[in-house]
Design a protein around this ligand. Structure first.
Ligand code: NAP
Length: 319
């Protein structure tokens, strides 16, 4: 067990590293428990073209390395491992990585979100062998091939149009005949002659051994089954926040699991615990909004810590 830190940042994506940068520059000497697979969702992204300041675009992993180095430059330290347990019921807060315990006066939760899976055994077996959750990363492997995209949201539409730059044919399989995606995104996919929308269908099995050869689909209205021959399956059905560690301690949306923060702040229901980035934002989910939220969390934590210090000097406890 170590000394009590000013702040522990849990998570190493745009939100976590930006929180670390701001906390480090405020002399709070943050410890970032960044996760074994640090970097977040941008590590499985190639070109990032919408992060301001990079007019030529930047590779996602390179950008995350830059974020990390910038926080390190001002004194943030990193632990490249996963948090396994937290206890926010008493102060200082307690955070465990296996048997190792870390304590801090404040905590910033920035654990992000993870791509949803269909939940099929055949999908799991063929992950990385034709089943992908990231078109930007893997579309180029399907040059002149046939691909199935699952989903009816903006991600599915965007990915279908993107994959069509490489593939010769893209089926978008959606379980309804109405789209969650914005009309302009649907129109763009429809207008693409390589893209075919397959409606009222769900994928029930990914076919192939060692590589994807097809998907079995079932009609949601008639129950009828058929097979679509395909070389790849891109699952684009949304994301889940990485909040399992916190559900018994932090207020969250009961359906989606996203952490709830108060008003425009990053404050959770536990004073001194803040949440930033995709773990509390299901709307914007951009690197730049996550980074902004990480900045806000560090400023909120800094303010809270100085209020605590002030209160303890004047003999009052702040909660
Ligand atoms: P989403 O909006 O939640 O859409 C998920 C889609 O997957 C829905 O159509 C849903 O069907 C379907 N789905 C969910 N679980 C499924 C399952 N088990 N089997 C089959 N289909 C399933 O997620 P998203 O598309 O990732 O978008 C998330 C957010 O990011 C949205 O706010 C979106 O606007 C935003 N976004 C914006 C852009 C952009 O503007 N460029 C690009 C990407 C994402 P149902 O509709 O039937 O529920």
């Amino acid at each position: 067990m170590e000394d009590v830190r000013n702040v522990i940042v849990i998570g190493g994506g745009p939100a976590g590293y930006t929180a670390a940068l701001y906390a480090a520059r405020a002399n709070l000497e943050p410890l970032v428990i960044e996760g074994f697979n640090w970097g977040g969702q941008l590590m499985i992204t190639s070109d990032v073209e919408n992060y301001p300041g990079y007019p030529e675009g930047v590779l996602g992993p390179a950008m995350m390395q830059d974020f990390r180095r910038q926080a390190e430059r001002f004194g943030a330290t990193f632990l490249t491992d996963d948090v396994t347990r937290v206890d926010f019921s008493e102060r200082p807060f307690r955070v465990w990585v296996g048997d190792d315990e870390y304590r801090a006066a404040s905590v910033i939760v920035a654990t992000g979100a993870t791509a949803r899976q269909l939940g099929l055994e055949s999908e799991r077996v063929l992950q990385g062998r034709g089943v992908s959750y990231c078109a930007t990363c893997d579309a180029a492997f399907f040059r002149d091939k046939t691909v199935v995209v699952v989903g009816g949201g903006d991600s599915a539409m965007e990915e279908a149009s993107f994959i069509a730059r490489f593939a010769s044919k893209v089926y978008v399989v959606h379980r309804r005949d109405e789209f969650r995606a914005s009309p302009i995104m649907v129109d763009r996919a429809r207008a693409n002659e390589k893209v075919e929308l397959v409606l009222n269908k769900v994928v029930t099995e990914v076919l192939g051994e060692g590589s994807v050869l097809g998907v079995r689909v079932q009609d949601t209205l008639t129950g009828e089954e058929s097979v679509l021959a395909t070389d790849g399956l891109f699952v684009a059905i949304g994301h889940d926040p990485n909040t399992a560690l916190f559900l018994d301690q932090l207020d969250h949306d009961p359906e989606s699991g996203y952490l709830i923060t108060r008003g425009k702040t990053t404050e959770t229901n536990v004073p001194g615990v803040f949440a930033a980035g995709d773990v509390q934002d299901h709307v914007y989910r951009q690197a730049v909004t996550a980074a902004g939220s990480g900045c806000a969390a560090a400023l909120d934590a800094e303010r809270w810590l100085s209020e605590q210090r002030h209160a303890s000097l004047s003999g009052f406890a702040v909660s």
